[in-house]
Ligand binder design. Structure first.
Ligand code: E4P
Length: 228
């Protein structure tokens, strides 16, 4: 299972990488926009520096045509690093770009996926990751769970090297379902990560244990203090 963070915010990446063994970071133009007019390549390089060379950095190509996507992909590999997973929309033009770039054995994430059909086309082209937009699918009355199950079954049946990188989550339950039904990877915004870890009941349990301990050994005491 791979857990990724869907953000380009440096301080949030630094915050959550301390707690979670992040498999990587995903970004798209909307996520970049939240950071303002950043020095794009240097910002992506800074993210790479924080997450390390073994984590996966997914950066999205912009445009409409095969040529747009291929040019952006090459610019990303030349100016960030050659290990970046370039996200390419799973349109007819995007699939043409994916086909060309996978023939060169580049790292590709097929993004903007709403349907099983798109997923199977991306899989046929050898995309490394296929990114279904879980919440957006639900908003359109598309069964996101059925998508994940069916595509995961097909990946297993074909011994495909493609992985589902489920994205576009709006709550923790959606993340849990994506993992439960077979997504090999999930990417969530820092807000979802914070809400999943910040449940009041979790904090209350920790507070109660500390209060009970201190009622025995005194305020501010700890097990480590007893060992001194
Ligand atoms: C992945 O990086 C996707 O681009 C992203 O999760 C989309 O999320 P949204 O539907 O919240 O915009």
């Amino acid at each position: 299972m791979e857990i990724l963070l869907d953000t380009a915010n440096i301080s949030l990446i630094k915050r959550f990488i301390k707690a979670i063994d992040l498999a990587g970071i995903t970004t798209n133009p909307t996520i970049v926009k939240k950071e303002g007019k950043i020095d794009f390549f240097n910002h992506m390089k800074e993210i790479r520096q924080i997450i390390g060379k073994d984590a996966k950095l997914h950066v999205q190509a912009v445009g409409q045509t095969k040529d747009d996507f291929v040019k952006d992909a090459r610019a990303i590999w030349d100016n960030v690093d050659p290990d970046v997973y370039v996200k390419i929309p799973t349109t007819e033009e995007g699939l043409a770009a994916i086909k060309t770039l996978k023939a060169e054995d580049k790292h590709i994430t097929a993004t903007g996926v709403y349907t099983e059909f798109q997923a199977y086309m991306a899989m046929a082209n050898g995309a490394d990751y296929i990114a279904p937009y879980y919440n957006r699918m639900r908003n359109m009355n598309i069964d996101a769970v059925a998508f994940i199950k069916n595509v995961a079954d097909r990946i297993a049946l074909e011994h495909s090297s493609s992985k589902i990188l489920a994205a576009s989550f709006h709550n923790v339950e959606e993340v849990n379902n994506a993992i439960r039904y077979g997504a090999q990877a999930v990417t969530m915004g820092p807000d979802i990560m914070a809400s999943g870890l910040g449940m009041p009941a979790i904090g209350k349990a920790v507070d109660d244990f500390q209060a009970d301990w201190e009622s025995i050994y005194g305020e501010g005491s700890s097990i480590a203090a007893l060992a001194k």
